[in-house]
Design a protein around this ligand. Structure first.
Ligand SMILES: *Cc1c(COP(=O)(O)O)cnc(C)c1O
Length: 437
């Protein structure tokens, strides 16, 4: 599979180059060009197939010539000590629970694969440094995924006050390969610094600097795997259409679903579930995109006013606007409905959804009610992206239920000291990196 920039199709690069460079020199974001048809591989998989097996089966044909079956198997085994879980509720709904990783959020799936595949691709070769801006969770997920990876260092940039949940034994200098740096500024400063350092080729090349933010196609592509997993688990029983309902913030997850569909997964549609921050709804219905101001809600991970994957989504719509309008159904869910649905789902199915999953569930119900599809009722897979324990207060408010924090997630709150504290300038960041390594 080759990648091009969303802004030009002149230069094509391999998966490895897209992963290691992260941003195309000519501007824009990397998107896959060739479309792989994986359908023949679906026959070999069924309800007994576990997640690492699925990943090891589909990664070699997707990354043709770059990852052989042995490497793919090694990557899948070392990335996935946790699995997605498909929970069928009834004829109409299933949940795809994606919160069993180390931080209780679906982002663990992309980050874990990125770290494992990066180690494999850099084998016997050069070193790599993966740098990311984080308010907390991405950093924790990265520290877990990158710890002790050969030839790779992970550098985490935190805004003031938000560093937590790491183990100092994993830090560079204490025998580890993790460098947490606190930036005296905001999260936006951290994100800006990541882009600036990647673009400073003279500094970045010798260190092999790339990022694990969702700009990186090496993190986005593996998110397609859990959509395939849901399909494989359900395929024998499907009678009508298959839809996915995805809670959308930066729209990376939705785009990964569209990739899975491009790879041959027979889905009939995707529900783009948003909270009150729904500036994208108009765009998905064919209007120009006009960002709104940010509205705080009970589903904070979806509070995004300008989704960072805008260009990737746009490139789907530029290719085939009519197809996309028949594939992607936007829905905006307000806080009151979100809380009501949490209560309703608990009473009806005995399942506690976190507010992000609840937004997706409510959006699925709304879209089903407004679409009269012929024949059989469609089946909707609702993506449960966050562990309920992370939003225990909201769940208690909505359902009256008390959620106990699993010990594994308890460490997320632990406070600690960074290895360096810097001013929000590129020079300061480069100086800190040079002195830590
Ligand atoms: C990040 C996040 C989302 C949004 O995913 P995008 O890929 O940014 O659209 C949804 N739910 C949870 C719990 C998240 O952490």
């Amino acid at each position: 599979m080759q990648f091009r920039s969303t802004q030009s199709n002149k230069v094509l690069v391999s998966f490895k180059d897209a992963l290691l460079r992260c941003l195309p020199l000519e501007g824009g974001l990397y998107v896959p060009t060739s479309v792989m048809d994986l359908r023949q591989f679906f026959f070999y998989m069924d309800t007994d197939t576990d997640y690492p097996e699925l990943v090891a089966t589909v990664a070699p044909p997707l990354l043709h010539g770059e990852l052989n079956p042995f490497s793919a198997s090694r990557v899948a085994q070392s990335a996935f000590a946790f699995e997605p879980e498909l929970q069928q509720l009834d004829e109409r709904f299933s949940l795809l629970n994606l919160y069993n990783g180390p931080t209780g959020v679906f982002k663990d799936f992309g980050i874990s694969f990125l770290a494992a595949v990066m180690e494999e691709l850099l084998k016997n070769n050069r070193r790599g440094l993966c740098i990311s801006a984080t308010r907390g969770d991405t950093g924790i997920s990265m520290a877990q995924a990158f710890y002790q990876r050969q030839n790779i260092i992970a550098c985490l940039l935190y805004p003031l006050g938000s560093i937590r949940g790491l183990d100092p034994d994993t830090f560079m200098g204490n025998g580890g390969n993790i460098i947490p740096i606190q930036v005296q500024g905001t999260f936006d400063d951290c994100q800006r610094l990541v882009i600036e350092i990647i673009k400073d080729r003279l500094f970045a090349e010798p260190y092999g600097i790339t990022t694990a933010n969702s700009l990186n196609p090496g993190r986005l592509l593996p998110q397609a795997f859990y959509y395939l997993y849901a399909f494989i688990k359900l395929k024998k029983q499907l009678k009508g259409d298959l839809l996915f309902s995805v809670p959308c913030g930066n729209f990376g997850n939705l785009i990964a679903g569209l990739y899975a569909w491009k790879f041959g997964m027979p889905a009939q549609g995707f529900i783009a579930a948003m909270n009150a921050n729904n500036a994208f709804g108009g765009f998905l219905n064919g209007a120009a995109f006009t960002p709104h101001g940010l509205i705080p809600t009970v589903s904070p991970a979806l509070d995004v006013s300008v989704p960072s994957n805008y260009e990737r989504l746009l490139s789907f719509y530029e290719e085939a606007p009519a197809v996309m309008r028949n594939m992607v159904f936007p829905a905006s869910i307000d806080d009151r409905t979100t809380l009501e649905v949490m209560d309703k789902v608990y009473k009806h199915y005995g399942v506690c959804l976190d507010p992000h999953g609840a937004v997706a569930f409510a959006a699925a119900e709304r879209v089903l009610a407004s679409h009269d599809r012929a024949d059989e009722d469609p089946h909707v897979v609702v993506l449960a992206t966050g562990h309920p324990a992370r939003e225990a207060e909201t769940i208690a408010k909505a359902t009256g239920q008390t959620i106990v924090m699993p010990p594994k997630l308890g460490v997320l709150k632990r406070k600690l000291e960074p290895m360096a504290i810097i001013k929000p300038h590129l020079d300061a960041l480069e100086g800190a990196i040079a002195s830590c390594i």
